[in-house]
Design a protein around this ligand. Sequence first.
Ligand SMILES: Nc1nc2c(ncn2[C@@H]2O[C@H](COP(=O)(O)OP(=O)(O)OP(=O)(O)O)[C@@H](O)[C@H]2O)c(=O)[nH]1
Ligand SMILES: [Mg+2]
Length: 320
Amino acid sequence: MLIEDQHPHNKHIMAALLGKPNAGKSTLINYLLGFDLSIVSSKPQTTRNHFHCNLTVDRTEIVLVDTPGIHQSSQELNIRMNGQAEWASDGVDLNLLLVDLTKDVLSEVQNFMKNFDKELSETWILFTKSDRVENLENKNFDGFFEKIQKLIPAASKYFVISPKTGDNVHLLTAALCDAAEPGPHLYPDGAVSNKNMRFFASEYIREQAFKTLKEELPYELAVVIDQYQDPNAEERDTKISASILVNRPSQRAIVVGAKGTVIKEIGTNARKKIEAMVGGKVHLNLHVKVSPKWFKNNFVLDEIGLPRTPKSHRVWRKKS
Ligand SMILES: Nc1nc2c(ncn2[C@@H]2O[C@H](COP(=O)(O)OP(=O)(O)OP(=O)(O)O)[C@@H](O)[C@H]2O)c(=O)[nH]1
Ligand SMILES: [Mg+2]
């Protein structure tokens, strides 16, 4: 979808944000956008799909592709999540590889490369979470970068940033604008993503589930939107029905909570965020359904936007 008759000075760049889970990819995107579009949590593996997040600086359109963190797993869900990140780096102008400074920098990059099944084209290294590092000025970032270049020959630049405090993020934005090529914008003004409200509604429900539920449970649940109805002549509010899928009946009891308190908390918080997104009142109806081994079920994985990858298992469950 290219917009015709554009301003002759328009420029465009598309960059995939890559890294290990929890590196801060979605946090950086939200900081750059200026609002919380992408879901963030303190738990790893929050983002499951790749999607575009767009911002415009003067006449430059910057399309940032959020991706799931690359990790090792033989589980079909996780293989497909990694596949999303690998696909995302296809066809972008640039990769931005986030490296968490609170971890061992080189082993983070080594581990990423071990599980990332693609050759990286032009890549900038973003050493991130700098606000959490003491004596930052004594760190030898040139030395780290040289070692990383041995692992990633296409690494051409580095930045030391903190999307939490905003430190140095303006340098990254300026460099992205400089690197952008003259050309038409992909999206009309104001289009923030290639994903629709339905997708973000499911994400905001899952975000609240990640925040509310403990331990492994967030990883064993998925959110499927059953009905999404925009306001119309008869109904002024947005109506959404969604199912939270869990693996086992005992998990259903936890997600519902005593007298429904847990599901109510998830629903109330998610509804507020969806209302802010749609700019109006939302009726959100949540159900918790037991869908054993949904994370291996091709039908469910397709439904939540995770198609098969070349590494996918050969046998998978169909809808019964
Ligand atoms: N102190 C600090 N915390 C950060 C920074 N960036 C991200 N975080 C925190 O790191 C955690 C993970 O952030 P996310 O943005 O969800 O990380 P992600 O890379 O998108 O993670 P996945 O979606 O799981 O791959 C959250 O608790 C963030 O608040 C930062 O610059 N400084
Ligand atoms: Mg994320």
